[in-house]
Write a protein that binds this ligand. Structure first.
Ligand code: ARG
Length: 270
């Protein structure tokens, strides 16, 4: 059964700008954000997932994006070390939650920035690691060594797609959704060579966070505004679901960013 960590948006808001989506003069509507978050949680529960909660904390508005808490590997978690000081306060909150819930918490060196499942996604045996904008390539290397898996580092080149999970989503061990222009030419070649079944999204849907999907079994949950992706998913045998997440897009996040799979992602074969 899927176990997913989420954090209620009680203290969520646009309080600083650390990616091009964020504008402190374009605030999230608090009541609407609350409703959208509840609907996402209800939808994931209806698909059979168990939702576990991280307690929100005032002053940490991006704590809602639990995908960035760390990379879960069995009962181990490689804790994130955020590039921007605005999010570094989340690290100890995340660490405390994982410790209380029986995970072995591992930290990378202070010199390595690493933003967890936002930038590190398994597809089959391989860990695909986004780098350059948030996570360092060296951090990805170190993560791979620690867990004993091959890492393929993918350079992210568009500031709008600053985390790997904004432009790439493994669906199954040989299948993924992606938005090619977010990668350099080399990264595009790597994905083409490594992942046999690729679903490509158009720029207009990438902007609606089509790639930022939560996968539960063969169910795939996204923000609204991705009809072409949903059509392609159906044709490939998946069952797509949409739920509005406009208030979180204002911070540069969507469905996947709001979740952290605690029992291993669907596409991971470890
Ligand atoms: N405002 C947050 C940031 O810029 C959004 C994080 C979205 N999370 C994700 N996994 N893509 O860090």
């Amino acid at each position: 059964m899927a176990r997913i960590l989420m954090c209620p948006p009680e203290h969520y808001g646009i309080e600083y700008e650390i990616n091009p989506w964020m504008n402190t003069r374009r605030q999230a509507d608090h009541a609407l954000a609350q409703r959208q978050w509840n609907d996402l949680r209800d939808l994931l529960e209806s698909l059979g997932a168990t939702i576990e909660l991280l307690e929100p904390l005032a002053g940490l508005p991006d704590l809602v994006f639990t995908a960035n808490a760390g990379l879960v590997y069995g009962n181990r978690v490689i804790l994130s070390h955020f590039r921007h000081p605005q999010r570094q306060g989340e690290e100890q909150v995340d660490a405390a939650w994982f410790e209380r819930h029986g995970f072995q918490v591992e930290r990378l060196g202070e010199e390595h920035y690493f933003e967890g499942a936002g930038d590190a996604l398994f597809c089959g045996e391989t860990l695909f690691g986004g780098y350059h904008i948030r996570t360092d390539a060296l951090a990805q290397q170190e993560v791979g060594e620690r867990i004993g898996h091959r890492v393929l580092p993918l350079e992210l080149v568009d500031p709008y797609y600053y985390h790997l999970d904004t432009c790439f989503c493994p669906l199954a061990p040989t299948a993924a959704i992606w938005f090619p222009p977010a990668f350099d030419e080399y990264g595009q070649k790597v994905i083409e060579a490594e992942i046999a079944d690729r679903i490509e999204v158009a720029e207009s849907e990438a902007r609606s966070f089509a790639c930022n999907a939560v996968v539960v079994g063969t169910h795939v949950v996204t923000n609204t505004g991705c009809p072409d992706l949903h059509r392609q998913l159906k044709a490939a045998g998946f069952t797509p679901h949409e739920t509005p997440l406009s208030e979180f897009v204002k911070a540069g996040g969507s469905a996947k960013c709001l979740t952290l799979r605690l029992d291993g992602e669907e596409a991971a074969t470890w």
